[in-house]
Design a protein around this ligand. Structure first.
Ligand code: AMP
Ligand code: MG
Length: 324
């Protein structure tokens, strides 16, 4: 694309709202509401509005929505970088095999690799446990202009650790009461408030998978040789705690969905539905930031014009030189 001095580049085309905001709203956790995960579907294709469309139409639309939003995300990231006022933090949490990795791969696959970064958080090291629980995540935050993705996050510290308080680490209570967790939710809300005030758009996705679908995916990992590597013995142990995890998720989502850092409960039993929804929510939220390319000052414009004239004039001279 040719960019001429004096004409602002128009590479960013805002996305057309591909999924109706009314539909997206069903998946948003309204701040201050008590979450009951049973109120949120895991398989959206089983809803009345989906049945009306039929699976083939939904699959086609989902792939179109994903494709279009991927392009918008790439342009949006370039604008994010150029305007240099904001960063984006995307948080993914879920039960095992809900599709976090696949969703991240598919949604972000069109974005310039220089403009985004993914961090996956595993069990904390001894050094990490010796710091406050937000420390290791602070170090991984995206700088202005970039999209940062947390594949698991500080929410593990009120999820897996709430189910297994014995993993809290040294210097922490052996039997934490509800006030302990409430203080952690408060720390998280304050942290996200700080991020948002400093120009970070925070979006949080809980990929909501059913227990049956998780079983199906685990069995696939156990039978398909190319998927064996994905299976860990710990997966079945954690599945035993399904109810405690669902409760921990419901509590965390209720306490930490805020206007500035909302949670979305994404139906994840159908991967194509989850990917289309996530891509649409991210692209729309970045569009809502109403970012602009930086305005070029008259001095800079004069410089650009002079440089262009010089370059074009020089090339003309060279072209006109007789061949020897
Ligand atoms: P995976 O993402 O499948 O490689 O697994 C990473 C493991 O690390 C999961 O079992 C997580 O629950 C665990 N994990 C991540 N963050 C924490 C944390 N803050 N405390 C304890 N375990 C964690
Ligand atoms: Mg795992």
């Amino acid at each position: 694309m040719i960019r001429r001095a004096g004409i602002l580049p128009s590479i960013y085309q805002p996305p057309i709202a591909m999924i109706k905001p009314k539909l997206i709203k069903q998946f948003l956790v309204e701040p201050g509401t008590e979450v009951n995960l049973k109120d949120y579907v895991t398989d959206w294709t089983e809803t009345d509005e989906a049945k009306e469309l039929g699976t083939d139409v939904i699959k086609d639309r989902a792939s179109l929505i994903l494709e279009e939003n991927r392009k918008h995300l790439d342009s949006a990231q370039e604008l994010l970088y150029a305007s240099d006022t904001h960063s984006v933090l995307l948080i993914f949490q879920a039960m095992d095999a809900a599709g976090k990795d696949g969703t991240i791969r598919h949604v972000m696959s069109g974005v310039n690799p220089q403009g985004c970064q993914v961090f996956s958080f595993k069990k904390p090291s001894a050094e990490e446990l010796d710091h406050n629980f937000l420390w290791r995540y602070m170090k991984a935050l995206p700088e202005r202009g970039r999209i940062g993705i947390f594949n698991r996050s500080y929410y593990e510290d009120v999820l897996v650790v709430k189910v297994h308080p014995e993993w809290l680490g040294p210097g922490q209570p052996a039997d934490p009461d509800h006030r302990f967790w409430e203080k952690r939710y408060e720390d998280i809300n304050n942290f996200e408030k700080h991020l948002s005030r400093n120009g970070t758009l925070v979006l949080k996705f809980f990929l909501h998978v059913s227990k049956d679908e998780q079983k199906r995916r685990f069995l696939e990992r156990l039978t398909n040789t190319e998927k064996h590597w994905k299976f860990s013995g710990a997966d079945l142990e954690e599945r035993e705690h399904w109810k405690s995890y669902q409760k921990a998720f419901a509590d965390a989502l209720s306490a930490t969905s805020t206007k500035r850092a909302p949670w979305y409960v994404i139906p994840a039993d159908r991967k194509y539905v989850a990917r289309a929804l996530v891509a649409d929510i991210i692209a729309t939220a970045i569009q809502d930031l109403k970012l602009e390319f930086p305005k070029v000052s008259p001095e800079k414009m004069a410089l650009l014009d002079a440089a262009r004239e010089k370059l074009e004039g020089k090339d003309k001279d060279k072209d006109q030189k007789p061949q020897s």
